[in-house]
Design a protein around this ligand. Structure first.
Ligand SMILES: NC(=O)c1ccc[n+]([C@@H]2O[C@H](COP(=O)([O-])OP(=O)(O)OC[C@H]3O[C@@H](n4cnc5c(N)ncnc54)[C@H](OP(=O)(O)O)[C@@H]3O)[C@@H](O)[C@H]2O)c1
Length: 312
């Protein structure tokens, strides 16, 4: 594999207030003297997160973007423009929620929170940022999925029903299922987006990856003190666990490595290795169906009121 490019890049990472995107932003800022931008959920976090990066010697711009609110996503392009950013080379869609609540949570837009935050808002953001990426150099989008999307992963199995994507029917909701369904939908989104960009002849590459199991950041998503303790201090020493630093290294690879410029997108990577995602994720009919359904959920919030994301 080749090394990260030496060309300066403008890289945007979502969910950069904590977790893996923070470590990834620092790694990218350390090797690339372009522009690194991260998003945080609210305006009130901007200053402290910005100061945190500065204290460690990294120049990272911090902008607000709430994924449980389509209006916030709709406002983001203007946020970029008002900060003088007109083009993007890399967009890494890292923000996500893994519910700790056993109760189904609904956003102000009326969607099951995991589905909106992890997928619908990410797709809407891609639609709005396409014009920025078109002005970029070897533009690419990197999405975050998880090995938990496989049907045989631990816990309740993935079970995405197009009749009930928001898990509203009695007994349908479970936080594990919501997360797994969202990470399957991220793959449908990734593959459908690559088809869309190819059809439009936009030179934007889209790839998905799983960073590995990183217990230290996953610890944020538990309410049990004992599980938190195990995730923070015990499980990181186990052979199946990935460190924050190794995961951030994979982010950097997915965001900057030049080898992606020469191959088709729509790949799935576990760590830095190209792999096969689940059979269900490759189902073209489901990819198209998901894309068609998803755009109708957010399009009224677009400035144009109409989504352009349509597969032929
Ligand atoms: N850690 C793992 O073992 C693992 C394994 C496989 C895949 N992944 C994926 O890797 C990515 C990063 O994981 P992580 O461990 O770093 O997760 P994390 O520590 O839980 O961080 C998630 C980030 O997403 C942001 N976020 C959540 N809801 C948001 C909302 N409504 N609006 C705006 N931002 C929101 C959080 O911001 P707040 O601070 O405001 O909540 C936080 O910055 C995720 O996509 C995750 O699914 C992680």
């Amino acid at each position: 594999m080749s090394q990260p490019t030496t060309i300066k890049k403008t890289v945007l990472l979502t969910g950069g207030g904590r977790g893996l995107a923070v470590a990834a932003a620092e790694k990218i800022a350390a090797v690339d003297n372009g522009e690194v931008i991260v998003t945080v959920r609210s305006k009130s976090q901007v200053e402290s997160v910005q100061a945190g990066f500065k204290q460690k010697g990294f120049s990272v711009r911090v902008l607000p973007l709430a994924f449980d609110d389509f209006a916030s996503v709709a406002a983001f392009p203007n946020e970029l423009r008002s900060n003088g950013i007109e083009s993007l080379d890399v967009v890494v869609l890292s923000a996500a929620v893994m519910q700790t609540s056993p109760e189904r949570r609904v956003t102000k837009n009326g969607f099951e929170e995991t589905l909106q935050v992890n997928v619908l808002s990410q797709l809407m953001l891609v639609e709005l940022l396409t014009e920025f990426l078109q002005r970029g150099n070897n533009p690419r989008i990197v999405t975050l999925t998880s090995r938990l999307h496989f049907p045989d992963s631990r816990g309740l199995p993935v079970d995405f029903s197009f009749d009930d994507p928001n898990l509203e029917s009695p007994g349908a909701y479970n936080p594990d299922r919501a997360y797994k369904n969202s990470k399957l939908a991220v793959l449908w989104m990734t593959y459908a987006l690559q088809d869309y960009f190819k059809q439009k002849q936009f030179p934007i590459k889209v790839n998905a990856f799983c960073p590995g199991f990183v217990p230290q950041t996953a610890a944020h998503s538990t309410k049990s003190w004992w599980t938190w303790f195990l995730l923070k201090f015990v499980i990181p020493h186990m052979s199946f666990a990935t460190s924050i630093d190794s995961a951030a290294e994979v982010y950097k690879f997915m965001a900057l490595d030049d080898s992606f410029n020469d191959v088709d997108g729509a790949g799935f990577y576990t760590e830095k290795v190209a792999a096969k995602s689940s059979d269900e994720s490759y189902d073209k009919e489901k990819q198209t169906r998901f894309l068609e359904w998803a755009v109708t959920q957010y399009e009224k919030f677009l400035p144009s009121g109409q989504s352009q994301l349509k597969l032929i």
